[in-house]
Design a binder for this molecule. Structure first.
Ligand SMILES: Cc1cc2nc3c(=O)[nH]c(=O)nc-3n(C[C@H](O)[C@H](O)[C@H](O)COP(=O)(O)O)c2cc1C
Length: 328
């Protein structure tokens, strides 16, 4: 495919709204994906794994364990890669392909400054030639379906414009756009006017990502953008794992099951109570934020032993359906 031509997608054939689970490093790992897909079966069409990267030229065993096919059998997993140069990119793709995957997401959205500085993640967005050259490597893998996950830009919300020729010239299954710049990280206004222009200009399927917190948000996006291919939900699913289950009132037993399954998985995988406690407490940075009593939540975060943690979590479940979210 010559770089200056445009791939043609049959946008009319795209069916009803699909929901993808976003990659969130440190949270949507293999344990979480397995637990979520089993307990909220069928809600999510695809789970995207947090990015695989090379560290000093080598793969991290932890990352490879996370996408091992035998640990991710029960749902549709798409691994993601992040690379700064061609060689790295090919090595990462080769590894993912060797594991048997035929779908790979390319991270062009990570806003972490040390990564951005190296033209990695969202750091590549101001450099259309680098984007074109990385996407050009995908042509060496005709059997692999690639997608891109990106932001509007690194510093400026209109950097995406200069990337459209390269994106259009590549056979991508879709592009997921989080309508913020890297400078904004994960806060600040979502720029829907730039998103509207992006989807209007796109010749490829577009997936929306950012601040989806309810089914109403998804319905609103569907109504506003009939051509939208899918939505990708990140922190929304951590705040409320039952977000797309269609039965929020009766969600608590399933949420408790999710918590317990995660607890058991981390207990089996981590060595010692201190690691387990740290992992479970970090889950609560997002888990069910805004629900239950704040006092119980504080108790969970301050717990110093597994027994105290479990007692605090039980109190939290008792408080879950209370209107008292102040906890004072
Ligand atoms: C702690 C954290 C880790 C993340 N890790 C990744 C990652 O590995 N790959 C990626 O593409 N995006 C990553 N993201 C971005 C999310 O996938 C998503 O784009 C972002 O949170 C905005 O969507 P949301 O508002 O639905 O959460 C991460 C976000 C957070 C907060």
């Amino acid at each position: 495919m010559p770089q200056n031509s445009t791939w043609q997608w049959d946008l009319a054939s795209i069916s009803e709204m699909k929901i993808f689970s976003a990659p969130i490093q440190g949270y949507t790992d293999c344990a979480w994906r397995n637990a979520h897909s089993r307990i909220f079966a069928g809600d999510i069409v695809r789970y995207y794994a947090p990015f695989l990267r090379l560290e000093k030229g080598a793969f991290r065993n932890k990352d490879l364990r996370d996408i091992a096919p035998e640990s991710n059998r029960d749902y549709h997993l798409v691994p993601q890669v992040i690379a700064c140069e061609h060689n790295n990119f090919s090595l990462l793709v080769d590894k993912v392909v060797s594991l048997g995957y035929r779908e790979i997401d390319i991270n062009m959205g990570c806003p972490f400054p040390p990564i951005v500085k190296r033209h990695c993640g969202a750091g590549i967005l101001p450099f259309p030639d680098e984007v074109r050259s990385m996407l050009g490597v995908t042509e060496e893998y005709p059997d692999v379906s690639f997608s891109v996950k990106m932001r509007l830009g690194a510093d400026s919300p209109d950097e995406w414009r200069a990337l459209m020729p390269a994106l259009s010239a590549t056979k991508l299954s879709h592009v997921t756009l989080h309508p913020r710049t890297a400078k904004q990280q994960y806060t600040g206004d979502i720029d829907m006017s730039q998103f509207s222009e992006f989807i209007a200009e796109a010749t490829f399927p577009v997936v929306y990502n950012g601040e989806i917190h309810s089914m109403t948000d998804i319905d609103t996006l569907s109504a506003r953008y009939p051509a939208l291919h899918a939505v990708m939900v990140g922190r929304g699913l951590l705040y409320d794992p039952a977000l797309v289950s269609g039965d929020p009132v009766n969600a608590l037993p399933r949420i408790i099951k999710l918590h317990d399954r995660l607890f058991d998985s981390y207990k089996a995988a981590l060595s010692g109570d201190a690691h387990l406690l740290a992992k479970m407490k970090s889950l609560w940075e997002y888990f069910l934020a805004g629900k239950g009593s704040r006092r119980c939540r504080k108790k969970i975060k301050k717990s110093t032993t597994i027994d105290k943690y479990l007692a605090a979590v039980n109190d939290f479940w008792d408080s879950y359906n209370d209107s008292d979210t102040t906890g004072e």
